[in-house]
Design a protein around this ligand. Structure first.
Ligand code: DGJ
Length: 379
């Protein structure tokens, strides 16, 4: 066969392959919460506990790659989309490392990745909840990685127990020392609850740094970034200011809802008011969401109750919050993003994206079997 015939055959087969791919993938024009959601290659999107970042007409969706268990065997995936319905798999933004001494070695836990862009340094900064390999959830750390491009590859820098050696801004002077007789050891007693409210775990972790499990990051209008995380044995949320380069903690931080057991924090802002949606603390099982509002990221945060309405509101429609996305080019259009976890086969986890609606200036979430971005035009 001469070269021209070979080339022709090659291009015909390429056309066939891409035609097949096109055929296998579905083109979406609506959200169908809870359904299998395929990427443009026809594979169920694998980006759990995710967060979105928008730039130049493109949304980037970062999320945990999951196999059948909940550990990180691949790393953090990234997808891109121009319309929020159809997602192209861009690859692995932050890969697990093969070195068994690495904190992000395969088999560690890497959850809830969130990416923000630092205008001053020109770097994309990825934060995620990190648990060290074979240590269950005891390490309670937050990890940070950077990249020059939104799709990565991101380079892992380090992990933290936040705010080592720093007291919260909203902490009484007398709470800084262990009370006479010591802190209670038995959990869930009235004395234990009181000691928790009065900073028992903050004191315990003062030197080493505070625990950080479920987390999110948020950039305020003035460019200051904040790290929001479940701390104090998941009993209390902490909100901490990040350094100018977004790679560390300034040591300015507050406790939110001591003893409130909030997980899965997701923050957004509308008309100068900050809102936060969280979940309760029931592992992979769903529970009623909670919502809060504040006039400053550092609080005080006012509890507004469960924002979900209707059937299955008490289970947040069988999902747990992960991010709230302001839709570009639309006013007051926010998407509540949540995970419907499938702990028996994590890769089958589903995505619940629902529009945020408003009742007396408070965010509410109602179930939709199918909806489109035009939903926001009707409001
Ligand atoms: C609930 C958290 O929200 C998830 O991200 C994950 O950490 C599970 N707990 C682990 O049980």
């Amino acid at each position: 066969m001469n070269k021209t015939i070979l080339n022709t055959l090659f291009f015909i087969s390429l056309g066939f392959i891409s035609g097949q791919a096109q055929h296998n993938s579905e083109r979406y024009s609506a959200f169908r919460p809870g359904d299998i959601w395929k990427d443009t290659d026809g594979t169920h999107i694998n980006a759990h506990g995710g967060g979105l970042y928008f730039e130049d007409g493109i949304y980037y969706w970062y999320g945990e790659h999951k196999g059948d268990d909940s550990k990180a065997h691949v790393g953090i995936n990234v997808y891109s989309s121009r319309d929020l319905y159809n997602w192209i798999k861009e690859g692995v933004a932050l890969s697990v490392e093969n070195d068994s001494n690495s904190e992000i070695t395969a088999g560690s836990v890497m959850e809830r990745p969130k990416v923000i862009y630092n205008k001053k340094t020109g770097k994309y900064v990825l934060w995620f909840h990190l648990e060290l390999k074979d240590q269950g959830y005891s390490a309670a750390r937050t990890g940070v990685a950077v990249s020059d491009t939104p799709t990565g590859p991101f380079k892992y820098i380090r992990s933290y127990r936040p705010n080592a050696g720093k007291w919260p801004l909203n902490f009484k002077e007398e709470w800084k020392t262990i009370p006479k007789g010591g802190d209670p050891e038995e959990w869930w007693t009235p004395q234990w609850h009181k000691a928790l409210n009065e900073g028992m775990f903050v004191r315990r972790d003062f030197k080493e740094g505070q625990m950080s499990r479920d987390m999110s990051v948020y950039v305020d209008q003035d460019g200051t970034a904040y790290h929001i995380h479940s701390s104090e044995e998941n009993q209390t949320l902490h909100i901490s200011e990040l350094t100018e380069d977004y790679l560390g903690f300034t040591g300015k931080w507050v406790r939110v809802q001591p003893g409130g057991q909030n997980e899965a924090p997701a923050v957004f802002e509308k008309d100068g008011t900050y809102y936060m949606i969280t979940s309760g603390l029931t592992g992979w099982d769903p529970n009623p969401a909670r919502s809060f509002k504040a006039s400053s990221l550092m609080g005080p945060w006012k509890a507004l109750g469960n924002p979900a309405r209707g059937v299955d509101a008490d289970k947040t429609f069988h999902s747990q919050s992960t991010f709230i996305l302001p839709v570009q080019g639309k006013e007051n259009a926010f998407i509540f993003m949540a995970d419907r976890w499938k702990p028996e086969n994590h890769i089958d986890g589903r995505y619940i994206w629902l529009p945020i609606e408003w009742e007396d200036d408070e965010p509410v979430i109602m179930w939709e079997d199918e909806w489109r971005l035009s939903f926001f035009d009707k409001q």
